[in-house]
Design a protein around this ligand. Structure first.
Ligand SMILES: Cc1cc2nc3c(=O)[nH]c(=O)nc-3n(C[C@H](O)[C@H](O)[C@H](O)COP(=O)(O)O)c2cc1C
Length: 394
């Protein structure tokens, strides 16, 4: 199968074209460093055969978000242990570096003074207005923080830095979120200026790392923080010229409705972003990945065969069955436990500030402590109830 063939991206080779896209997991330690639960989860994915793993939402600053963070050198070692662990199974590791749509320094200062009411008010305000109000000086300092974070990731042995082209970067690119009148607002060139500056700065800061870019696209019906679909091919070419090695084409965004990016069953068809990825791919010569309800190997193969994308992102499907790539490779596709896009264990848990767990995979989130194996002593068991849990138990 073509999806199982290696592909070269920048200076590295991915052993196959299956990618675990960025997903916030809630498995990290309180300071954002990578602990045992997180390491066990990603190592399990690597064991299952995935070629490229991206750590979602890695913050380059101390922030409120319950996400991984890499703002201090003391955290490098925990990322190094993770990189070593997934490398042992031949997977490459990327970190998606993001900056939220609020003034982290201002919010942190209020928090340190215990002014929680003001923290909440500031967050509420910034989520709507930070894109328009952030100063050029602050934007430049954010670039510095992201570059310093990338340098720490490089020291840890991480292979790829993925720019989060949604969130703050995407909001600046967006015709819906950006109402600025200075050189960061107005024309497409102005709105994407920050993104291009960031890519160029990363190229200088970590010339040896591969640069992936989460290419968030706003469609007429969905999303807010990203580039409009009509402008996508042009912006993709500019990113390639600036030094981006691969594009991860996905639906925008987080400042809109979660169901836009992470559609539950019935909201979007399978492989719903493949056609837009195909339009972007036609405009560039670097590899393009896509993501969104691609749940079985035949679907993934059709997308790669029809040249809509080079690499296939499997988010929820790998939570549901981390052995998906190995099963596809060995021709056992019908043994794959298929994601039903219920969003119950993954998205709902994250929104409730808990950690990822899949209702169809009882090991997910507990990779360190649970391993379900055939019973040593076999008995006759009646399973009462035919919902997802009953069927899984059966
Ligand atoms: C629980 C959860 C958390 C996510 N967190 C992120 C994130 O941190 N950054 C990001 O760019 N996308 C994030 N996404 C979106 C995924 O990368 C992906 O685009 C989406 O799940 C659709 O792909 P799928 O159908 O293969 O799951 C998240 C998705 C889920 C389910």
């Amino acid at each position: 199968m073509k999806i199982m063939q290696p592909i070269t991206v920048g200076g590295i080779t991915l052993k196959n074209r299956i990618m675990f896209p960025p997903l916030t997991t809630g498995y990290e330690e309180r300071d954002g460093s990578i602990g045992e639960q997180s390491r066990a989860f990603y190592t399990r994915l690597a064991q299952g055969g995935v070629g490229y793993i991206v750590l979602g939402d890695v913050a380059p600053i101390r922030s409120f978000s319950p996400t991984p963070k890499l703002f201090d050198d003391s955290q490098i070692e925990s990322f190094r242990l993770l990189a070593d662990s997934v490398h042992a199974y031949g997977a490459k590791l990327g970190v998606q570096i993001f900056h939220p749509e609020y003034d982290c320094d201002a919010v942190n200062a209020l928090f340190a003074q215990g002014k929680m009411e003001e923290v909440r008010a500031r967050l509420h305000h910034d989520m709507q207005f930070f894109t328009d109000e952030v100063s050029e000086e602050t934007l430049l300092s954010i670039i510095d923080k992201i570059c310093a974070c990338a340098q720490r990731a490089q020291k840890a042995g991480v292979d790829v830095v993925q720019v989060h082209g949604d969130r703050l970067v995407g909001c600046l690119c967006s015709t819906r979120m950006n109402h600025r009148t200075d050189k960061f607002g107005g024309s497409l060139e102005n709105r994407t200026r920050f993104a291009i500056m960031l890519v160029r700065a990363l190229k200088r800061a970590v010339p040896e790392m591969v640069i992936d870019y989460k290419f968030a696209v706003v469609t007429p019906e969905r999303g807010k923080g990203g580039v409009d679909a009509a402008d996508a091919p042009k912006f993709a070419r500019w990113l390639e010229e600036a030094g981006v090695d691969m594009l991860h084409v996905a639906q925008a965004n987080h400042t809109g409705n979660m169901a836009d990016t992470i559609p539950p069953m019935g909201v979007q068809p399978y492989g719903f972003f493949a056609d837009i990825a195909g339009q972007v791919k036609e405009a560039v010569s670097i590899p393009v990945s896509t993501v969104g309800r691609i749940i079985d190997p035949a679907m993934a193969e059709r997308i790669v065969e029809s040249e809509k994308a080079d690499i296939i992102g499997l988010g929820r499907p790998l939570l549901c069955d981390p052995d998906w790539p190995n099963k596809a490779q060995s021709g056992c596709a019908c043994d794959i436990r298929r994601c039903i896009s219920c969003n119950k264990g993954c998205t709902d848990n994250i929104q409730n500030r808990a950690f990822l767990a899949c209702v169809l995979n009882a090991e997910n989130g507990y990779e360190r402590t649970r391993s379900i194996t055939p019973a040593a002593e076999k008995r006759n068991v009646a399973v009462v109830g035919g919902g997802p849990s009953g069927l899984e138990a059966a």
